[in-house]
Design a protein around this ligand. Structure first.
Ligand SMILES: Cc1cc2nc3c(=O)[nH]c(=O)nc-3n(C[C@H](O)[C@H](O)[C@H](O)COP(=O)(O)O)c2cc1C
Length: 185
């Protein structure tokens, strides 16, 4: 397997992080990787907001959790009610991924950018996790202005980023033993 395929196979969600911040050059490389992703109609619709201010990360987490507590879905409401739960797992950096509402495919554009960032993080030996819970905070339109997210953009997801703690990482989910693809020739 070449290096790219090994990076893809090795990547797993990381939910524990060291306190130390990631390097600025690494962060920029990850954001650039996000912006290199394909986009529908070549709209290049994504806006990436990297947040490293602990208080802001906490405010986004708490805002998301408040909305999650109203969810009719039990496990979501339960996570929102868990005082110890931080939606970014106390990662020192999170990237909020927004995409232009008027783009042809904003959600797909955001997802493509996110996967590029997760793989870039893995290639730099950094831990990362795709964070869907962040969407709850951005149901509130005030949250956009507070964070300076440009007009016309909608937050789709977030990405937690940080250095992985030393020692064993725990058991990451393996892939299903049956191969979920077919080849028709
Ligand atoms: C759309 C989407 C939303 C996700 N949201 C969260 C989340 O809010 N919190 C979390 O811990 N993991 C989240 N994940 C990560 C998945 O739980 C994870 O990818 C899955 O369990 C497979 O594990 P792996 O990434 O280690 O292969 C999300 C993944 C996707 C694709």
């Amino acid at each position: 397997m070449n290096e790219t395929l090994q990076t893809i196979a090795r990547r797993r969600s990381v939910r524990r992080f060291k306190d130390e911040q990631i390097g600025e050059a690494e962060l920029r490389a990850i954001l650039e990787a996000g912006l290199q992703a394909p986009s529908g109609h070549n709209d290049q619709s994504c806006f990436l907001l990297a947040v490293q201010d602990k208080a802001v990360l906490k405010a986004i987490s708490e805002g998301s959790k408040a909305a999650m507590r109203m969810s009719p879905v039990d496990w979501v409401a339960g996570a929102g009610a868990n005082e110890k739960f931080h939606i970014f797992y106390d990662a020192p950096t999170a990237v909020i991924v927004a995409a232009r509402r008027d783009a042809v495919s904003p959600l797909a554009d955001a997802c493509a950018a996110i996967q590029n960032m997760l793989l870039a993080a893995e290639s730099l030996s950094l831990g990362s996790c795709w964070i869907g819970f962040v969407r709850y905070h951005f149901q509130d339109s005030d949250a956009y202005a507070k964070l300076g997210i440009p007009e016309g953009y909608e937050v789709q997801y977030g990405v937690a980023l940080g250095c992985q703690p030393d020692g064993p990482a725990g058991k990451p989910p393996a892939r299903k033993p049956e191969r979920c693809y077919r080849i028709i020739k």
